[in-house]
Ligand binder design. Structure first.
Ligand code: SF4
Length: 316
């Protein structure tokens, strides 16, 4: 059963040169108790997709089309009150940069308790006890509940964010680059924690990352985005072992494996296009070594090939 279905979603940012099509007609779904990875380079539309799922796109951005069906309701049609009830309770988010996401003048225990009190009818004492349990759950001793964010390490702050995000047993969690910017050892510890929580809490999640090696550790399926479009979707093992799209292949070869397997890295030539005026045809064609005249003029449709969904003219 799908908890989330994104259908033909378009999110544009208005600029003086016209709309920048940050997310342009993407569709994918997330099944209950599964984790879907959303990967691609910076600016490909991953975080904009996350914001759209929370119906939190701010001006000059706007949701220009499509539907986001969550538990049978189109999030884009909800009232402000319904959205407030949804965010933090049914859908939560763990953002990159916990330093900025946490309130610097509240203890971590108070911040967890605050979320619980906002969404559940319990008293402060019970909320505080739940907050302490949440800290233990994410590997921070409950004795640290009165710690302020500036007294915590980067890894601890991110654990605190996960404690807040899971406090009200949400149906769906978005993890927006939760390990980016942390050192490799802390990244590994956090991935272990996230996997542990996935199993213990039966989480359904969207895990946003730059590279496939991180997603391969935590996800069941992967969606690869480039310049606001979906290039490839598949289950994680198949995508990692047998990528079909030239961009997916290039992405895999451009990042080291988090497990430390040795391989020669290869950067992707050029840079992602400006989304105000993206290339005709396949948006990846200026950087693709296999580009043909067809690629430069006709946008490839997404087709099912060997169990993958792929937007590429040459994949057979
Ligand atoms: Fe490369 Fe053409 Fe496939 Fe785009 S459609 S990825 S340009 S081969």
């Amino acid at each position: 059963m799908n908890i989330l279905e994104i259908k033909d979603l378009k999110v544009y940012y208005m600029t003086k040169n016209g709309p920048a099509k940050a997310v342009d007609s993407i569709s994918f779904s997330v099944e209950k108790n599964k984790t879907v990875g959303l990967i691609g380079e910076s600016g490909c539309g991953k975080t904009t997709t996350a914001r759209a799922i929370m119906n939190f796109v701010k001006e000059p951005g706007e949701i220009a089309g499509g539907e986001i069906i969550f538990n049978g309701r189109n999030i884009l049609n909800l009232s402000d009150g319904e959205l407030r009830a949804l965010r933090g309770k049914e859908i939560t988010i763990v953002r990159q940069e916990a330093q900025n996401a946490l309130n610097p003048v509240m203890t971590i225990g108070d911040q967890i308790a605050e979320v619980i009190l906002e969404h559940e009818r319990i008293d402060k004492k019970a909320a505080w006890q739940r907050a302490e349990k949440q800290l233990d759950l994410v590997g921070i001793s409950h004795k640290r509940a009165k710690t302020f964010p500036h007294e915590m390490s980067g890894g601890m702050r991110q654990r605190g964010m996960i404690a807040i995000a899971t406090a009200c047993n949400p149906d769906f969690i978005i993890m927006d680059e939760p390990i980016t910017g942390l050192d490799v050892i802390v990244q590994r510890q956090l991935l272990t924690l996230i996997n542990d929580l996935r199993n213990r809490l039966n989480l359904t999640a969207l895990f946003i990352a730059h590279d496939l090696s991180v997603v391969s550790e935590t996800c069941d399926e992967v969606v690869v985005m480039y310049a606001g479009k979906i290039m490839e979707k598949a289950d994680v093992v198949s995508l990692y072992q047998n990528p079909l799209h030239p961009y997916t292949k290039a992405l895999i070869h451009s990042y080291p494996s988090i497990r430390g397997e040795r391989r020669k890295l290869k950067s992707i030539p050029g840079s992602p296009p400006l989304l105000v005026n993206p290339p005709e045809g396949c948006r990846f064609h200026p950087r693709c070594e296999f580009a043909t005249d067809l690629c430069r003029t006709v946008e490839p449709e997404i087709r099912r090939i060997n169990g993958h969904s792929v937007a590429c003219h040459i994949v057979k």
